[in-house]
Design a protein around this ligand. Structure first.
Ligand SMILES: [Cu+2]
Length: 129
């Protein structure tokens, strides 16, 4: 299942390059407490997939004041606010080997972080063109 899913993503990604169709961008979460790439750039309407390739749990949690005013709040766990995501952190944890994805429908710059590792500098940015 995971294998099929990865192959599908790769196919979509390649197709996107060739035809200009919407594609996805993958950001990995690693054992050294980083998002790679730390700044991901996508086109409006594209999806970012965060893949936890580490042995520990992480979250993807938007900074409420670092996303465009009109944009929908996003966080693993499906929270509607940064406060809720912080208060109920265990519900937003992405286990090792799992993924979280979000589709960006508005251009702009989106700052996000990992709740457990924010203090270690585990933060990232998505730029939507
Ligand atoms: Cu983390």
């Amino acid at each position: 299942m995971l294998r099929l899913s990865t192959a599908t993503l790769a196919t979509l990604s390649t197709a996107g390059c060739l035809t200009g169709q919407p594609s996805t961008q993958t950001v990995t979460m690693s054992d050294n407490l980083t998002f790679e790439p730390s700044t991901a750039t996508v086109e409006t309407g594209e999806t970012v997939t965060w893949a936890n390739e580490s042995d520990i749990q992480h979250t993807v949690t938007a900074y409420e004041n670092e996303i465009p005013d009109e944009a929908e709040y996003f966080a693993s766990g499906g929270f509607e606010s940064e406060r809720a995501a912080r208060n109920r952190v265990t519900e937003g944890l992405i286990p090792p080997g799992e993924k979280y994805e979000h589709t960006f429908d508005l251009p702009g710059t989106y700052g996000y972080f990992c709740v457990p590792h924010e203090g270690s500098g585990m933060v990232g940015t998505v730029r939507v063109r």
